[in-house]
Design a protein around this ligand. Structure first.
Ligand SMILES: NC(=O)C1=CN([C@@H]2O[C@H](COP(=O)(O)OP(=O)(O)OC[C@H]3O[C@@H](n4cnc5c(N)ncnc54)[C@H](O)[C@@H]3O)[C@@H](O)[C@H]2O)C=CC1
Ligand SMILES: O=C(O)[C@H]1O[C@H](OP(=O)(O)OP(=O)(O)OC[C@H]2O[C@@H](n3ccc(=O)[nH]c3=O)[C@H](O)[C@@H]2O)[C@H](O)[C@@H](O)[C@@H]1O
Length: 458
């Protein structure tokens, strides 16, 4: 098939590369000229395991092309994916302006009928509105064809996006016509060989399924974060509670990790968008509002824990491990580390941060004077380097090499032996044995003499 993917971000570029990998002819269109120039020059502008090789190979094989020009890309197109960003508006609603800008252009420039598929996460009713928007433009130029619009929400996770796209848990296709349903079923057939879960439904149902999935996952995280806070008060180790409840097959182990709050480009904005949709329909979104509030509290937790340990922060040297909102990605959108950075900068602390891939994005995002003054330094080369004379180490992202570091070397570098473990990757008792004050999330075990006695006996 001839496919056009509009938007070359995490979703668009991954989808395009994976479709090209299956043998299709794919053109990626983006208004960001710098991004397109980079892609043409063979540089993949986002960090996503497995993506570079796939983009490079398919580009070399002439199956994957990059352009800023939508109009010429549309010749003989069979399927056109919309994968542009839908960030939050100030009132929490999803900002769909890019989606409708694309819809208008498609209506203006499509030379013949094709299936338009919306992959961006959008409010219920958007596919219908996009179809109307295209139809209005077609009518203005007296085009003698119609363009059906389907909804095909994306469920990939950053950090394992290629893997998720190639082997999805399920594919949801929301359509209102036989042509789109058939074309998309055929396009996705090779991705369903291991797991034939293709769910066909209405477009509105597909759109709400996407928000409901993200909101459910965010709810599990906020729920566990709340149990973690209670655990801290009760002298309970939330890690044992996680295992205790995850073993119930009705609950399961996934997405039960307490931490320093969820970030990323989707959970925060999608929870806010669903709250906004509920409110527009006169409903109070009790659960989701609490999910968001809990997450705001959780993100502030790293700073509070640090302050409790150090008393004051002005002039303190803080080592920060991890800037990305999760491991495996360079994405820093709504990352807990950014909120911590801001609080520490205002408190007059000096922060020396290490992240293997997210430093460039942070350097672009933070006020220049933080870096120019040396109050913040960013290091992508050596996690031990940022520990020199530090008064505390904060772990905000659970990159794998952080899991078993050389504690002797760390102790020799640091002025004070305090570790704020925002991702619960260290065992509190062995940290004590290494001579560190360890503050995790919900690790009340340090106060629980019963648990300590049991561990010592084991
Ligand atoms: N990032 C993720 O892991 C996932 C994101 N989604 C959803 O997919 C959508 C896209 O997300 P990301 O890929 O993260 O976004 P992104 O922000 O990484 O990329 C969006 C791209 O669209 C381009 N763009 C904007 N307006 C355009 C226009 N008129 N024409 C052509 N290109 C245009 C931008 O320049 C940018 O390169 C969002 O709705 C998001 O909620 C869904 C599942 C996973
Ligand atoms: O719509 C989207 O954009 C995507 O959002 C999430 O994917 P992603 O944001 O890439 O990453 P996740 O692995 O879901 O993690 C999100 C945040 O939750 C946090 N998290 C995750 C799991 C957990 O148990 N605890 C926890 O705090 C992570 O640290 C991270 O900050 C969903 O998992 C994807 O299915 C969805 O497609």
């Amino acid at each position: 098939m001839r496919i056009v993917v509009i938007g070359t971000g995490y979703v668009g570029l991954v989808s395009a590369a994976c479709f090209a990998e299956m043998g299709h002819h794919v053109i990626c269109v983006d208004t960001n000229a710098e991004r397109i120039a980079q892609l043409r020059a063979g540089h993949v502008p986002i960090h996503e395991p497995g993506l570079d090789g796939m983009v490079h190979n398919n580009h070399q094989q002439n199956r994957l092309h990059f352009t800023t020009e939508l109009r010429p890309s549309l010749a003989n197109v069979d399927v056109c994916f919309i994968a542009v960003g839908t960030p939050s508006c100030a009132n929490g609603a999803a900002d769909t302006q890019h989606v409708f800008q694309v819809a208008e252009e498609l209506g203006k420039y499509l030379p013949s009928s094709c299936v338009v598929v919306n992959k961006s996460t959008v409010p219920v009713g958007t596919a219908e509105r996009v179809e109307r928007c295209i139809a209005e433009q077609l009518a203005l130029r007296h085009a003698a064809f119609a363009v059906p619009v389907a909804s095909n929400p994306e469920f990939l996770r950053e950090g394992c996006a290629v893997e998720d796209f190639m082997r999805p848990d399920r594919i949801i296709i929301g359509s209102a016509d036989a042509q789109s349903a058939q074309v998309l079923q055929s396009l996705y057939a090779p991705f369903l060989r291991k797991n034939p879960r293709l769910l066909m439904m209405g477009r509105r149902e597909a759109e709400l399924s996407k928000y409901a999935a993200n909101a459910m996952l965010a709810t599990r995280i906020s729920f566990m974060n709340e149990i973690a806070s209670l655990s801290e008060c009760l002298g309970v180790d939330v890690e044992s509670v996680r295992l205790g409840i995850g073993s119930d097959s009705r609950i399961g182990y996934d997405f039960l990790y307490a931490g320093c709050g969820y970030g990323g480009s989707c959970f925060p904005k999608d929870v806010r968008a669903l709250i906004h949709t509920s409110q527009r329909h006169g409903l109070s979104s009790h659960i989701l509002q609490a999910v968001e509030e809990r997450n705001t509290i959780q993100k502030a937790g790293l700073f509070i824990k640090l302050k409790l340990q150090l008393g004051y922060l002005e002039g303190r040297r803080i080592a920060l491990w991890g800037l990305a909102f999760k491991p495996g990605t360079d994405d820093i959108r709504e990352a807990p580390a950014l909120q911590l950075l801001e609080s520490l900068m205002h408190a007059g602390a000096h922060v020396h941060a290490y992240d293997p891939v997210a430093c460039a994005n942070v350097a672009e995002y933070v006020p220049k004077q933080w870096l120019d003054s040396g109050q913040l330094t960013l290091n992508a080369a050596d996690p031990y380097h940022v520990l020199e004379r530090a008064h505390a180490l904060v772990v905000a992202t659970e990159w794998k090499p952080f899991r078993q570091p050389d504690w002797k070397r760390i102790a020799a570098c640091m002025d004070k032996h305090i570790v704020i473990d925002g991702r619960n990757i260290y065992d509190p008792l062995s940290m004590q044995q290494h001579g560190f004050v360890h503050v995790g999330v919900g690790r009340g075990i340090a106060h629980s003499s019963e648990a300590a006695a049991l561990t010592n006996a084991a």
